[in-house]
Design a protein around this ligand. Structure first.
Ligand code: ASP
Length: 625
């Protein structure tokens, strides 16, 4: 079958995608090519499910189609085959409504094996659980599986939508360098040694932050980039050494403009992807309000479990633990868990352990038996270790303050706000997980605003920027930069969804003086500021416009819409928790010549570690995925 494509030798390997065939194709001669998903022998007939990127179709091979039948009898799972045949409607009763192609099958006249396949290390045709290290080692097989095909397609759909949306909104995509200057702030940099500048290093960008601000000075009003970012951090489920951001910057904007853009974009994505409920407008909570109600700046608001201040009720109580904390300036806070009055002692002990792990010295719980409002409680209606310090009415008052009813459980922590926030946040998430309170089909987007600009870094004994050092302080707080940095609020904001930070951004400093003042607050001398940020300070002298931006994490966004917990499930070739690529074996040693070219000498530790790695197939961390 030669196709008229300008090349005589060009053969048509396939005329249709397997998953595209429908009843209306019945009677057509088709050529398909793909992988053998499954083979079944049925009373003299051979059935092959043939798979390509468009889906599955059933191929039936009759014994009287002799060479095809022989070939079909020999093929095994994951063989690559070409099938020619006729599309035929399936007989009544043999249709498969589960398959988009289930009303037809292809009666094969010819089957050609294009390539054989070893038995794969795990079944490609089933969504069985496979150890992640094995999935990553054979990622090309893992990606053949339905879930990963779906995730890759969803990722494509999301990025396509973003590009069209940003373009329609007047943004232009600008690429910025991957080889740049090391930044002393933020996470650890990935360094790249320079061959032509002995001893000098580039750093891979942690984000294109400085470039995008320079683009604003350059007169690009609306910039975006789907940008790869690199951070040499210890990794968790939602972190990868390289990850992708939708990086956005706009000139002549205020916070509301940026939030509006992010809201429209994510509402658009919700509609594009479908299948989720979401708020029509995203609530805006200040950082302070968020910490007060949820104990965290990235709350999951799909379930209530809101935190309440109980200090006023216990300040003068006989229970010294509570009274003392309040008198010393701490607070007693708690939340109600609906319908959890029957949680066993063992369950409560486990929750106490969770609280202890988060730093609490203990956890107080109160269980209210029965149904209905918390009125007229008798001592018998209440189970709690603090019963002897409080009357039933006092305990009912605590419960009411948290919105509890009979049948509910109260969890109460005491201490400084930072501690109770941390503990109650962990408990909220634990309880929600155990009781399955979070609706997986809901996307609860919200914005958090008015972050503090600086936090005290105990280890470094200095102030560090909560967002980053280019974030503008509130104009009315600039005066506090020297006297009270902890009280300075910043024009930073986050987009949060279901307990995860999806994006963060800020209005930036565009005045050289304010930038210098912030750098001073962070402990940099004028000389250091010049050395590290001289290019930014200089650019600000040449008419830098007011500007601001945001950077949603693309991997997290796709994971959210894919219903995946781990961003590795939406990245084609992710790395393990120790930043290794199990497929290629990266990172790996290089030749002495390569090292010499970049003027690097390995120390003893590095030499020994490399020697140890050489004894493993792909390094020592296959099992750390
Ligand atoms: N560059 C920032 C980050 O990576 C985001 C921003 O402020 O736009 O977190």
């Amino acid at each position: 079958m030669a196709r008229d494509c300008g090349f005589e030798e060009c053969q048509v390997l396939k005329t249709h995608g397997c998953g595209q065939l429908r009843a209306e194709h019945a009677g057509e001669q088709v050529t398909l090519a793909g992988w053998v998903h499954r083979r079944r022998d049925h009373g003299g007939l051979v059935f092959l499910d043939l798979r390509d990127s468009t889906g599955l179709v059933q191929v039936v091979v009759h014994p009287d189609a002799a060479p095809a039948f022989e070939a079909a009898s020999d093929v095994r799972s994951e063989y690559v085959v070409q099938v020619q045949g006729q599309v035929v409607a399936r007989r009544d009763g043999t249709e498969n409504p589960e398959m988009p192609t289930g009303s037809i099958e292809v009666a094969a006249t010819s089957i050609v094996v294009l390539n054989e396949a070893d038995t794969p290390p795990f079944p490609v045709n089933q969504e069985t659980d496979v150890v992640e290290a094995t999935r990553l080692r054979y990622r090309y097989l893992d990606l053949r599986r339905e879930r990963m095909q779906r995730n890759l397609r969803l990722r494509h759909q999301v990025t396509q939508f973003i590009r069209q949306f940003m373009d329609a909104d007047g943004f232009i995509e600008v690429e910025t360098p991957v080889l740049g200057l090391a930044t002393p702030e933020g996470a650890r940099d990935y360094l790249v040694p320079s061959r032509v500048h002995p001893g000098a290093f580039y750093a891979l960008p942690q984000s294109p932050q400085q470039w995008k601000q320079l683009l604003m000075v350059a007169g690009v009003d609306k910039y975006y980039q789907i940008a790869r970012c690199y951070r040499d951090e210890d990794l968790r489920g939602d972190r990868q050494p390289e990850f992708t951001q939708l990086d956005v910057e706009m000139a002549f904007v205020e916070q509301e403009d940026v939030l509006d853009l992010a809201e429209r974009l994510y509402l658009g994505l919700c509609q594009e992807v479908g299948g989720f409920t979401y708020p029509e407008t995203f609530p805006r909570l200040t950082y302070a309000e968020c910490m007060e109600r949820f104990g965290t700046d990235k709350p999951d608001t799909r379930y209530g479990l809101e935190i309440h201040d109980l200090s006023g009720y216990v300040r003068n109580s006989e229970f010294q633990v509570f009274a003392k904390v309040v008198q010393e300036g701490g607070r007693v806070r708690g939340f109600a868990v609906p319908g959890a009055a029957d949680v066993s002692r063992r369950g409560l002990d486990a929750l106490t352990e969770v609280a202890r792990d988060a730093g609490a010295s203990g956890l107080v719980w109160v269980q209210f038996a029965g149904e209905g409002p918390l009125d007229g409680l008798a001592a018998d209606d209440i189970k709690t270790p603090i019963a002897r310090f409080f009357s039933p009415d006092d305990l009912a008052a605590l419960g009411k303050a948290c919105g509890a009813k009979r049948g509910d459980l109260l969890l109460i922590a005491a201490g400084p706000d930072a501690l109770t926030s941390r503990v109650l946040d962990v408990l909220r998430r634990q309880v929600a997980e155990e009781r399955d309170l979070a609706d997986p089909e809901r996307l609860d987007f919200l914005f958090v605003t008015e972050f503090p600009a600086f936090e005290w870094d105990e280890d470094g004994e200095r102030w560090s920027a909560v967002h980053h050092l280019f974030t503008a302080p509130f104009p009315e707080d600039v005066a506090l930069l020297e006297s009270d940095p902890g009280a300075v609020r910043s024009n930073a904001y986050d987009l949060v969804c279901n307990g995860q930070e999806i994006a963060s951004g800020s209005i930036r400093i565009h005045s050289r003086e304010t930038q210098l003042a912030v750098l001073r607050t962070l402990g940099l001398t004028l000389e250091e500021a010049q050395m590290k940020f001289g290019h930014m300070l200089e650019a600000f002298r040449y008419g830098a416009p007011p500007h601001g931006g945001i950077a949603p994490g693309l991997d997290r966004t796709v994971a959210l819409f894919a219903g995946e917990r781990d961003i590795r499930e939406v990245i084609a070739f992710p790395k393990t928790k120790s930043a290794s690529d199990l497929l290629t074996g990266a990172p790996a040693g290089v030749t002495p010549e390569q090292l010499a070219e970049v003027h690097i000498l390995l120390d003893e530790e590095a030499r020994q570690a490399l020697a140890a790695r050489a004894t493993g197939v792909h390094g020592a961390d296959e099992d750390d995925a």
